[in-house]
Design a protein around this ligand. Structure first.
Ligand SMILES: [Zn+2]
Ligand SMILES: [Zn+2]
Length: 133
């Protein structure tokens, strides 16, 4: 009987998960940086332009909805502002809900664009805000 307290398998799994997470983040950072180098910092939908100050609102959209398809020539990328990007994804969701023959839909993990939803809410004035004072 081995006297080791921790199971090597669990440690290995931890490491694999950590590595996969790091690789995913690095890949995402990689294609974003590449796309920002390739394309002008302008939203492909509303033509709003971006600077270093608000660049975090400019996101990389995958034209074919496949986040694993990252050709170095950038042909699968489109820069969209966070609002247009969200609208674009809603379109996919709507289509998927209605038709059902749009196989898969976009594989965006919510974590990649959800944080900006809050930001959008902060920047958008609330339409109904009854003043009770
Ligand atoms: Zn836009
Ligand atoms: Zn997208």
């Amino acid at each position: 009987m081995p006297t080791k307290k921790s199971t090597p398998d669990a440690n290995r799994l931890d490491r694999i998960v950590a590595e996969a997470r790091r690789a995913g983040a690095a890949r995402e950072k990689g294609y974003r940086e590449q796309a920002l180098k390739l394309y002008p910092w302008v939203c492909g939908r509303c033509a709003r332009d971006f600077t270093h100050a608000n660049l975090q609102l400019l996101e990389v959209h995958h034209r074919d909805s496949n986040h694993d398809n990252n050709p170095p020539d950038g042909s699968n990328w489109e820069l969209l502002c966070t609002y247009c990007h969200e609208a674009e994804h809603r379109k996919y969701l709507d289509n998927a809900g209605r038709g059902g023959d749009h196989a898969g839909g976009e594989k965006d993990s919510p974590a990649t664009y959800r944080p900006f939803e809050k930001l959008g809410a902060l920047l958008t004035p609330k339409p109904d805000n009854p003043d009770k004072s």
